[in-house]
Design a binder for this molecule. Structure first.
Ligand code: DGL
Length: 271
């Protein structure tokens, strides 16, 4: 019965940072991934629109007979109505595990959070951190230019526009007493090296995909829902827009050729 895949969705490439961590620590699990590339970015949309997108993404993944769904998207996970979305299978978001890990990592209680406009407006990471560590000093900053640049595929430190925006967004943190930064949008670990170059070696960077992968491992273990297979899990990828750019970045990030595994889905058919 548990030979069912894990479902993951995001607006585009970002959720691959969770997929990579999940397949690293649970290599035998099958995964169905949906990247909503026709409607990316999510970070500048209003709550009503995002809840509608989330519902459609959930319905599509439910149709793939998954055993659990991960909203590998800070923007969706931080929405006010996220926990009431009502999925037929357990639904996980990325906020709680990232907050818990940041609190564990910080020595001086100074934590920075970067994310999309919508995520930062929600204050969800700050709320999550303060629930565990009321005395924490949390500094939050929206970085709206990053997702479109990451989706465009040119993600290296020779991309001057990307580096310019990163400096604009991150330099302020060097003047604040912080020792931990939550990469509060799942796209950001794709440019972790560049962020690290600006923010410095001594700061802990929290990757929400990595943290939620550990929490999914625990959940499946506790509920005895691991796959019994001994062979590597299958990965199926669906996107709602063009495959081209997605494929190029995904192949190089995942270090495998996913061309055979990727299909286009008309997400508007799902309600
Ligand atoms: N990767 C998503 C997040 O974690 C979505 C970003 C976007 O599409 O704006 O917030």
């Amino acid at each position: 019965m548990w030979e069912k895949p894990i479902g993951i969705f995001d607006s585009g490439l970002g959720g691959l940072t969770a997929l990579k961590e999940i397949s690293k620590i649970m290599p035998n699990e099958d995964i169905v991934y949906f990247g909503d590339t026709a409607r990316v970015p999510y970070g500048d949309k209003d709550t009503k629109t995002l809840l509608l997108y989330a519902k459609q993404n959930l319905s599509f993944l439910e149709s793939q007979d998954v055993k659990l769904i991960l909203a590998a998207c800070g923007t969706i996970s931080s929405l006010a109505g996220f926990s009431e979305l009502g999925s037929k299978v357990p639904l996980k978001g990325v906020i709680d595990s990232a907050c818990a890990s940041a609190v564990k990592a910080t020595k001086n209680g100074g934590i920075a959070v970067i994310g999309t406009d919508s995520t930062i407006r929600s204050g969800a990471y700050g709320t999550g951190i303060h629930l565990i560590m009321p005395e924490a000093k949390v500094y939050q900053r929206a970085c709206p230019k990053l997702v479109p640049l990451i989706e465009s595929g040119d993600i290296n430190c020779f991309n001057e526009i990307l580096m310019k925006h990163l400096k604009e967004y991150l330099n302020i943190f060097k003047t604040l007493d912080i020792d931990t930064v939550i990469l509060g949008c799942t796209h950001y670990p794709l440019i972790e090296d560049m962020i690290r170059e600006i923010i410095g070696r001594e700061v802990s960077l929290i990757n929400p995909g990595r943290e939620v992968a550990k929490s999914i491992f625990k959940l499946l273990k506790d509920e005895n829902k691991f796959s019994c297979k001994n062979s590597p899990g299958n990965i199926k990828i669906f996107v709602s827009g063009g495959k081209g750019r997605f494929l190029k970045t995904a192949n190089s990030f995942l270090k495998r050729d996913i061309e055979k595994n990727i299909k286009v889905v008309d997400i508007d058919k799902w309600k």
